[in-house]
Design a binder for this molecule. Sequence first.
Ligand code: B3K
Ligand code: ZN
Length: 879
Amino acid sequence: MRTDAAPAIRLEDYRPADYLIDTVELDVRLDPARTRVIAELGVRPHPAGRVGAPLALDGDELTLVSIALDGLALSPNAYEASAQGLTLISPPERPFRLTIETQLDPTSNTKLMGLYRSSGVYCTQCEAEGFRRITYFLDRPDVMSVYTTRIEADAGDAPVLLGNGNPGARGVLPNGRHFAVWSDPHPKPAYLFALVGGRLGRVGGEFTTRSGRRVELGVYVEPGKEDRAGYAMDALIRSMRWDEETFGCEYDLDVFNIVAVSDFNMGAMENKGLNIFNDKYVLASSETATDADYAAIEAIIAHEYFHNWTGNRITCRDWFQLCLKEGLTVFRDQEFSADQRSRPVKRIADVRTLRAQQFAEDSGPLAHPVRPSTYREINNFYTATVYEKGAELIRMLKTLVGPEAFKAGMDLYLNRCDGTAATVEDFLACFAEASGMDLSHFSLWYRQSGTPSVAVRSHYDAQARTLRLDFAQSTPPTPGQPEKSPVVIPIRLGLVGRGGAALALTPADHEPLAEGLFVLDRTADSITFRDVPVVPVPSLLRGFSAPVRLEQELSSEDLLTLFRHDEDPFNRWQAAQSYAMRLMVRAVEAVRSQTTPELDPAFAQALGELLAHTEDHAFAAQVMALPSEADVARELGRDIDPDAILAARKTLRAHVGSAISEQLARTYEALASREAYAPTAQAAGRRALRNAGLDLLAAGDPERGVPLAEAQFATADNMTDQIAALGVLAQHPGPAREAAFQAFGERFSSDPLVLDKWFGLQAAIAETGTLDRVRGLMRHPGFSLSNPNRTRALIGAFAMANLSQFHRADGAGYAFLADIVLQLDGANPQLAARLLGAFRTWRSLEPVRRGGAETELRRIASREGLSTDVSDIVTRSLA
Ligand code: B3K
Ligand code: ZN
């Protein structure tokens, strides 16, 4: 194992910088291989810094051309420069101007951090530490500066030149070059810097803020794809209005631009006034994008826009505070989508993601607190824990203080911390003040990792007509945290009578429970209700009021009562999932003991009833999507045999699908659309239910379902229905499937984002031939390991969405992924480290697979010269 790992950075070591940089004037002369950057920095000693300290600027793979202080070239013994940093040994103890010239090669920047070219377009990515790849700088979020950027480029190569802030002078230069100046009056950390230069098509729009500022909006895309940018523009305008109405947040510049690029390491980036997006989250048309794509575009456009206040105007003091902007902004985008679409369905979808991503992370070797206290590579902390669990903490905070105090706390935060680089403590102090509550115990959620379990037992006393609920919480140990303390868990609850009536909540010894909220803040606690006339079914954790695992003993009948009658839609869905999960676990046991699973007709019948009566199609579609293989693996927790899970799930789906095949076929018929495609929530819900039903029908009655899928594939007038049909066919081997894949691949051969869906579906086929198929697809002309979207679509889908094949018992899936990680690491370490995350659950596998995974992790770990990104993940995975 390597020992030369990057040093750990610790929250407790934080101290302010010794210098501040108030102004940055950049002159960027774009050139494919020799870009010149002249940075003029207005520097002054930090009042709280060490007097006379050296000025140590960060750098990463930089080439210094020249350096001057107050206009005079610095003598070589006044500084030390390397590719990784520049130190002024004894800078003046007064404000001064530092002029630094660097030279960059954007074309060979394959890490996609700093300044790079994507399909010929110059663009930047600076979060978290990319600005230091452009010029030497105090690249830390608590150093905030006012930026002016002059961008110069060949006018033919880059007719469009965009920067942060408002546009200023522009002009034509000799030799076919031109320039544009952008100035951003709002002080910002370097990670929010951006520029773009390229040949781009534009879709324009405008928005007038509530105080009357007219904002010019632009969405820039690859020329010829302008007709796919309309939905992004629409989502942007809705986001701007919603943020004013809901949080009182108004936009603060004269322009707001979004640029879509095709090579991007993540979803998008909230650079001030110039958001840069992965084109996957901008481009949409009915023929190329699915309903899920539209929903993701809406959510991500909103997310990045919302960062303008929660992230940009109020930024983070240091990277440990990442959740301060990310958790809060995810919460805000979730609320936006809930308001634009169906609130319960959005909640169900979010909880599905939370459990699939964050719970999985929290129970394995990469578990970390929402606010980590140490890191080696910050890029590895843009995780489901920081984002999704971070958002859950905000949701719990709102539940605990109540909506009014939450609003007052947000107003206070947005006012008080505006223009600052803040901490989680600053944030919580606003809510403590607004609510009058002591939030110190609540703040443990930020420091303690792991998913708490809440076990509940209910005791009904028929004579006394009382119901006592005993709660006990515990959190399993996680890396670095062997001992856990109880956290504050808001539990929304209700009691449901056997016939479905909601029963009154009259606590015997507590104050009445406001809004049915019980707060469990110690290891064990109880609550007793009086005047309970019948044995009720407790409906607990309504709306998933806390990110915990609930262990509640409910009979199948109890689950059906909740499924049919609970007034809380989340718990109606949860009851169906719990029921299905119970059947799946039993089926896995049967597979492993080579017995026949007992099939339970009541569950299928309940689904059939739902189909016959539901008006909420999107909700019903969520119910029909039974727990995934990964969900079952998580439920089992250890000794996981993915083949047994696959077999069990197939059996169960076949059983349910065949038991209700009549209703499924009727639903399929009834929900056929006679209208033109529209990406509305309602129409999407219809399609979702129709396609979920088709999938189940094909599982239960292939002779009926598969031909329907073939017909739908051939005639669909929109990508949602077409890809859904192909997804059904993908599970049924044979010539029809291969013909469909062939036709689709040919039809969309020049549309990379659509081809990604095609790669992904094939990579997810749960058959032994899939690894070879994936290898073959890597040679497809549309595939390229240097494009993150392609790599995630094919390799990522194989490793993360194909439980049985990635975890093949012979270890071939692991060896394949390890080879790719090693191959990618030099070119794009962030992408390599992300893929490596597929091993995060390796310790919970059965022994043979566990051994196979460990062998490959050790092989990666032993490689010389690994990036910090990959070595950090592999070291923690093996620890
Ligand atoms: N803030 C960016 C993520 C940056 C990731 C850097 N490795 C996108 C977002 O969360 O809005
Ligand atoms: Zn974000």
